[in-house]
Write a protein that binds this ligand. Structure first.
Ligand code: TK8
Length: 347
């Protein structure tokens, strides 16, 4: 009897010891750090909200390729699309907690963490992509990337979402009048909300991960995104009308968890920073080709396309000006003035 009891106790003891050692590796952080200093591989968990067909995901695969090649596998990148890891905001919070390493959100939700990023969400700010490229490579925009460090985030590069265009299931929109009362989903950004209210719509802030279902169920009538997103996310299945409002140019911000970034060697920090920029150029090229191509495909899928006349667009520009004036101080006068100056210089 005693022998059996002793045997049972020793088996129990061994399994408890084994379980304790498993926990360490599960949390991954501390264990990895020790092993990291010994040169074992590090894993970047990178998530986006768009699906695997979108240029943003192709760009992320390019980032993976460059990082894994240049670090000889010392850093590997696990990629997740279609909001598998959450929406833009929740993924940024995961970076702050150190449970995820990379996310590439639009600037609109980023403004909830660093208010100055709302400067990029001023309606009708950029006249075209060329000017946007120059300004995003400029002093003020690059300076804003460093501001993310106050939030335990590291901004490595700007990628492109693109000019946003309005779609809806109710009626063709040729002017502000046609927008009257339309329930429009916006990103989680107060400036977007107030601008659409000024345009006469009835806006609702919502995470991208909830958008398709909300359109399908009629919770909202419409939304606004670049043509590539409208097509590749199959919004044509739940929307009937598209107009080239081009009301906002949305950049993406490629960002990394500061905790993870600070744990890298200097050489590895340079590699991930340069890879984010190079993969961003690749993404931007694919994204422009996609936005140019998919407007036609949307019409082939049965959506009606309405061209906004210069007069109708000017009416919208004038209507939102009071909102822009109001947000100048909220965003930060210096940042807004600097960006407007750089836009003039870039034209
Ligand atoms: C995807 C979003 C999306 C954005 C939006 O995560 O929320 O409408 O345009 O691209 O970042």
């Amino acid at each position: 009897m005693k022998k059996i009891l002793a045997l049972v106790c020793s088996v129990l003891l061994i399994s408890v010891l084994a379980a304790c050692s498993g926990n360490d590796s599960a949390s991954g952080n501390s264990g990895d750090e020790e092993s990291d200093s010994n040169g074992e591989s590090k894993v970047i968990k990178a998530g986006i909200g768009l699906n695997q067909d979108h240029p943003q995901y192709k760009g992320l695969l390019k980032f993976k390729e460059i990082v894994e090649e240049k670090t000889d596998g010392a850093i590997t990148v696990d990629t997740y699309h279609s909001g598998q890891l959450g929406d833009d905001r929740s993924m940024m919070e995961a970076l702050q907690l150190g449970t995820q390493e990379v996310v590439i959100p639009s600037t609109a939700p980023v403004a909830n963490f660093v208010k100055e990023f709302s400067v990029f969400d001023i309606p009708f700010l950029f006249p075209n992509e060329e000017v946007a490229d120059k300004v995003l490579a400029g002093e003020t925009a690059q300076g804003l990337l460093t501001k993310l460090e106050d939030q335990n985030l590291v901004g490595l590069a700007y990628w492109e979402n693109g000019f946003r265009d309005l779609t809806n299931s109710k009626r063709a929109v040729a002017s502000m009048e046609d927008m009257e009362g339309l329930k429009i989903r916006t990103m989680e950004n107060d400036l977007h909300l107030d601008a659409f209210k000024k345009l006469g719509a009835n806006p609702t802030p919502m995470a991208f991960t909830e958008l398709f279902t909300a359109l399908q169920q009629g919770t909202v009538d419409g939304q606004e995104n670049p043509y590539a997103t409208i097509y590749l996310q199959k919004f044509y299945e739940v929307q009937n009308h598209v107009s080239n409002t081009h009301h906002i140019y949305s950049p993406f911000v490629f960002m990394m968890s500061k905790q993870f970034y600070d744990g890298l060697s200097e050489e590895q920090q340079t590699i991930v920073r340069e890879a984010a920029v190079e993969a961003g150029e690749h993404e931007r090229k694919l994204n422009r080709e996609a936005n140019a191509k998919y407007l036609e495909d949307l019409q082939e899928e049965g959506m009606t396309y309405t061209e906004i006349t210069p007069e109708a667009r000017q009416e919208m520009v004038d209507a939102v000006q009071p909102v822009i004036d109001d947000y100048k101080s909220k965003i930060g006068e210096d940042t807004v003035d600097a960006i407007y100056k750089e836009i003039e210089e870039a034209k």
